[in-house]
Design a protein around this ligand. Structure first.
Ligand code: MET
Ligand SMILES: [Zn+2]
Length: 765
């Protein structure tokens, strides 16, 4: 294969800057400390540096991505489709109002996770009357800068396609009508881009990787027909393999190149079927195949299979047919540069590749397949999925480990008993400046470990005292020793590694630094027992809750391994947590909460892969808790989303108490759980922890009444906030919880202790 026919193409790159320049620039601008000009200058510089890095690394086709805040929001402005409430504002004011809201009363667009990534985009709002009024000038200006930076032959403009824009929007409108209405707006920009002499234009249509994508066929055919002919188009479908019923028509769309995902979700047991689809149906000889074989969503290096897959694909393409080596998804999902990490063990570092290193991998793959000898391949495409191997742990775990020793009905009478509407919190209390200072000083070495532990103990003491004074029924130690609920456990377990600079954009100016799972996970020793014992020793109240993070949440908020499945890793974590649960109970803990708030977000895009995921994530949870005796009450906590689709999985957790985020959803989940017949204890959040407002007694009493009215057994309702309180201040927390306890007392009296007793509640105090 001649080198001319093989290219390298990027489809997106980190846009936060090597030193998080965008975050600083945005936050200074929002704080009124810098000008629009200063912000725009940083944004341009970060963008151009990223494009230049890609071109300098030898990439042939550089996707001109980059954004001040979010690309979907950019498209709302290019297309002139910002909702009416932003129209009194203009330029960057309107833009940031849409991103973050504008005082006093203009609310922001909603945020949602992009496909199944951890990146949140701003959700466009459309109505039946939405009509594009395109203004592509800022987009074209960026393209010209891209051309000046990397040369016109390499600069590839990148657009979110009309189907994806529409499908990912919210509102009451006809999808097909809207897609066709967008067609002319896209035609306008393609005409302009043709005049600029671009080699091609990338159009990203991730929604074509959804199970439901077959329903978009007619819309896709019509709109892409209308876009054909002005400039070569490269249709990119990242984030997963396309469904078998979509592939045959997708590859016939009138575009010149189609970029597909050959990697899928890191650690997913089903792998990715793109190779098999190509082996089965072939690939049109007049199009370039974009081989997304370098994993855009995982920081692990290619292990040598990329060359083999590309070499095997060549056999299915026509002689001299064009191909491009690319990433499976935008590299925005991985950290920027491995070279910034100076403290990672060499054995780990040598197996990693961040965005910049992935550029080198792409170039190396291209060189290997175009080299003199060409590359050999032992891969049989018709069966190849690239799925990780299943380790041995799951098979070796006795089945009884996955269940509690007795069913809920038998467990509950043996567990702690309370009056009706017992009160508790979700775990964390304010992370005060004092705590942050102590942590910083300890990190810098200006205070000793003993001193640090004493300061944390003092914080625990304060929160225990506060909870006693408030009259809460079940206390927590407050999590002062944890910065983050996943990082804390990662640091205590074998098998995790932490980076210094490996930031990834979560949304806007908010970046996260996920831990890496680099080896088999196991427990070194007790992780939370000391804090539990300390807290319990400080109170004469009977119950301090143990507080752990569940296996699926640890996996979903980390970068998992790719050599074994995510489920295997979840079971390893489950076994480690199991030892902790056993130790907590031994230490006298009778109520243990295992938070698994991220279960919903790992749900696979493909509907036929969801059941397996839900099965292993619930199993890993039960593995963690199954060791608890029937007398130990297991609590779980879920937040962040709508759980209606995964009700059966929630039930399968077999937790004794479920606490859920609820206050903003108008009790939707409570009614759904009741309709489902959920029969265990339930603590739907009575107030929103994201708001600094102090909720009134009456508002929370009304919630409690509504739960009972919705059909939740009065003897099983708990009152608690929506989530942890670590981002709040004590000045807000104390009055809020005081009101919550008062609300509990009010409804308890209203509904009558006697009545509650008749339904099986044992009065505790
Ligand atoms: C995102 S869920 C948080 C649960 C944790 N126990 C906390 O209270 O912060
Ligand atoms: Zn939560």
């Amino acid at each position: 294969m001649s080198a001319d026919n093989v290219k390298t193409s990027t489809i997106g790159y980190p846009r936060i800057g090597p030193k998080r320049e965008m975050k600083k620039a945005l936050e200074e601008y929002w704080a009124g400390k810098s000008s629009k000009e200063a912000l725009t200058a940083v944004a341009k510089q970060v963008e151009e540096a990223a494009w230049k890095t890609q071109a300098d690394s030898g990439i042939n086709l550089v996707a001109l991505d980059g954004t001040c805040y979010d690309q979907m929001l950019d498209h709302c402005t290019y297309l002139g489709l910002l909702p009416a409430r932003f129209q009194e504002l203009s330029g960057l004011d309107a833009y940031f109002a849409a991103a973050r809201g504008h005082p006093p009363n203009i609310t922001a667009l909603d945020m949602s996770k992009l496909m199944d990534s951890n990146y949140h985009y701003l959700v466009p709002e459309l109505t039946a009357n939405s009509t594009p009024k395109p203004n592509w000038a800022p987009f074209l200006e960026a393209v010209r800068r891209g051309q000046a930076t990397v040369g016109a032959e390499k600069a590839v403009p990148m657009l979110i396609g009309p189907i994806t824009f529409t499908v990912l929007s919210r509102g009451d409108f006809d999808r097909s009508v809207m897609i066709q209405r967008l067609g002319p707006a896209y035609q306008t920009v393609l005409n302009e881009l043709a005049k600029l002499g671009v080699p091609e234009v990338q159009i990203h249509e991730p929604v074509l990787a959804l199970s439901a994508a077959n329903q978009y066929q007619a819309d896709a055919e019509t709109v892409y027909q209308s876009l054909a002919g002005t400039v070569p188009l490269h249709l990119v479908v990242p984030y997963d393999d396309v469904a078998a019923d979509v592939y045959p028509w997708l590859v016939k769309l009138p575009v010149q190149a189609i970029g597909l995902d050959f990697c899928g979700v890191p650690g997913a047991p089903h792998g990715n079927s793109t190779c098999q689809l190509i082996a089965k149906y072939g690939f049109p000889s007049d199009k370039r195949l974009g081989v997304g074989i370098i994993d855009g969503r995982s920081p692990w290096a290619d292990n040598g299979t990329a060359v083999k897959v590309v070499a095997a694909l060549r056999k299915h393409l026509g002689p001299g047919q064009a191909l491009s080596v690319q990433t499976s998804a935008s590299l925005q999902h991985v950290p920027l540069d491995l070279n910034l990490e100076t403290e990672l063990p060499t054995a780990v570092k040598s197996r990693l590749a961040f965005a910049q290193q992935k550029l080198e991998e792409m170039v190396a793959v291209k060189e290997a397949v175009t080299g003199h000898a060409g590359a050999a391949s032992d891969i049989d495409l018709s069966t190849y999925t690239g799925a990780p191997t299943m380790g041995l742990t799951a098979k070796a775990i006795p089945t009884e480990f996955f269940q509690r020793p007795a069913p809920f009905a038998v467990r509950r009478p043996q567990q702690p008993q309370f009056h009706a509407f017992p009160t508790t919190t979700i775990g964390s209390f304010p992370q005060t400046p004092t705590i942050r200072r102590a942590r910083l000083q300890y990190k810098k070495g200006t205070i000793s470990e003993v001193e640090y532990r004493e300061r944390i103990a003092a914080e625990i003491g304060y929160s225990i005292g506060a909870q006693e004074a408030l009259g809460l029924d079940v206390l927590v130690h407050g999590e002062a020793e944890r910065t983050d609920m996943v990082e804390y456990f990662g640091m205590k377990l074998n098998g995790f590694c932490f980076t210094q600079h490996a930031w990834v954009q979560s949304y806007g100016s908010r970046y996260v630094r996920p831990p890496l799972i680099v080896g088999d996970v196991s427990r070194q020793g007790p992780m939370t027992v000391h804090e539990f014992e300390l807290a319990q020793s400080m109170t004469s109240r009977a119950f301090v809750k143990g507080m752990l993070t569940g296996p699926t949440t640890i996996i979903n908020w980390s970068f998992p391994r790719k050599d074994i499945t995510r489920s295997e890793q979840a079971f390893q974590i489950g076994l480690a947590l199991r030892e902790e649960v056993a130790d907590l109970e031994k230490a006298g803990c009778r109520i243990i909460q295992v938070d698994d708030p991220a279960i919903r977000e790992g749900l696979p895009l493909k509907t036929d892969r969801q059941a397996l995921y839900l099965e292993w994530s619930a199993a890993a949870f039960r593995l963690s808790c199954g060791v608890a005796t029937p007398a130990c009450q297991i609590v779980t906590h879920l937040c962040y989303s709508n759980f209606e689709e995964i009700m059966a999985a929630i039930d399968a957790l077999d937790a004794d108490v479920l606490t859920i985020e609820n206050s903003r959803s108008d009790d939707e989940m409570v009614r759904a759980l009741s309709a489902y017949g959920y029969s265990r204890d339930l603590g739907p959040g009575v107030y929103d922890v994201h708001s600094p407002l102090v909720p009134s007694v009456e508002s929370m009493a009304a919630k409690a009444r509504a739960y009972v009215a919705a059909g939740i057994d009065i003897s099983k309702v708990w009152l608690n906030p929506d989530c942890g309180l670590k981002t709040r201040r004590w000045e807000e927390v104390l009055p809020s919880l005081r009101n919550m306890v008062a609300a509990a007392k009010l409804v308890r009296e209203e509904m009558g202790g006697g009545k509650a007793n008749a339904r099986g509640v044992t009065a505790a105090k």
